[in-house]
Design a protein around this ligand. Structure first.
Ligand SMILES: [Zn+2]
Length: 336
């Protein structure tokens, strides 16, 4: 067969151009505010119409249940500052120390396959960062508690290892081991986690608890939510819980990166919760950014995701479930 002659190079990879176009559109959607707004034209108005979050008063006690070091800052740094400024006391409990984030350990230790020791070193570093972030937000160190359970393992504890001990695949640990934890030496079981969390809540006697919403996509967050609901119900104080989301689905919050002038929109996984809006002042946004940047081990890889939470508002739901019917996935109903 005669070779085909052409003055122009024949495009051999015809799929390349459509793929590049799709990638460019996605990049614009994820990173550029006006493009993100085009896809959800009424989203900002829905946030603007939300009722305000009830402020805390002097003498009240606020407890944040944080699955990992950084969640307390991403969800709640604005409310933490406003509570402190009002004369309320703020406390934080971290259920895990962040020893399951293998990509981060690989980055930090410059190893393709981080060892369990690398993950344990990452946990110690993240605990130090959590203390610095809390200090930036005005929380005294004596108000901080680490439970030290396995990052990425809480669903195993809740479902499979409630009574029998669990060994973390990433850290190699089978018991609470980090210095400064609430019950060092305790085996990794769901029962022990629940008991430690119950003790931490009882020690604070909170007037208000901030917990993840059950719709949050991260399994550790969902277990934190279930435990918060169970334990606060046992205290007869379910009405004292407010719910937040960090892993809200569909690349939320969009656009990525620092967007100080933008509102935090409703998370796609939970658009119909009973949301309230907490507005941040410009200095409170700056202080939140300072606390986010205290997590240097995280911002190297997740900086644009984390800084996207520093916005002119935060969101808190008064209920853990939407008012309407639940879908078969127990997620939110379609937005009205
Ligand atoms: Zn988390």
């Amino acid at each position: 067969m005669k070779p085909r002659l052409s003055l122009w190079p024949v495009p051999r990879r015809r799929w390349l151009i459509p793929v590049l176009v799709v990638a460019a559109v996605l990049a614009l959607w994820i990173n550029v505010a006006p493009v993100s707004r085009l896809t959800q034209p009424h989203a900002a108005a829905r946030v603007a119409a939300l009722p305000p979050t009830t402020p805390l008063r002097a003498g009240q006690r606020l407890l944040i249940l944080s699955p990992h070091p950084d969640d307390e800052t991403l969800c709640c740094a604005g409310l933490i500052q406003q509570a402190t400024q009002a004369g309320a006391s703020v406390y934080v409990v971290w259920l895990t120390s962040g020893d399951g984030f293998e990509y981060d350990a690989a980055y930090e230790s410059r190893a393709v396959r981080p060892s369990p020791a690398d993950l344990r070193a990452l946990a110690l570093r993240r605990m130090g960062e959590a203390r610095r972030a809390a200090a930036a937000l005005g929380i005294p160190e004596t108000h901080l508690q680490f439970l030290g359970y396995p990052d990425g393992g809480l669903l195993h504890l809740f479902l499979e290892n409630y009574a029998s001990p669990y060994t973390s695949r990433t850290s190699g640990l089978d018991r609470v081991s980090y210095p400064g934890t609430r019950s060092p030496g305790s085996r990794y079981t769901g029962q022990q986690l629940e008991q430690d969390l119950e003790g931490a809540i009882a020690a604070v006697r909170p007037d208000l608890v901030l917990a993840p919403a059950p719709q949050d996509a991260h399994p550790d967050h969902r277990v934190t939510s279930y435990l918060a609901l169970r334990l606060m119900a046992r205290r007869g104080q379910l009405d004292r819980v407010r719910y937040w989301v960090v892993h809200g689905g569909l690349e939320w919050p969009l656009p990525k990166g620092l967007q100080l002038s933008q509102p935090l929109l409703l998370p796609p996984r939970a658009p119909t919760l009973d949301w309230t809006r907490l507005d941040l002042t410009a200095p409170q946004e700056q202080r939140k950014l300072q606390a986010v940047r205290a997590y240097r081990s995280q911002t190297a890889l997740l900086g644009r995701f984390m800084e996207a939470f520093v916005r002119r508002n935060e969101l808190y739901s008064r209920t853990p479930l939407p008012r309407g019917p639940l879908s078969e996935h127990a997620g939110p109903a379609a937005p009205p």
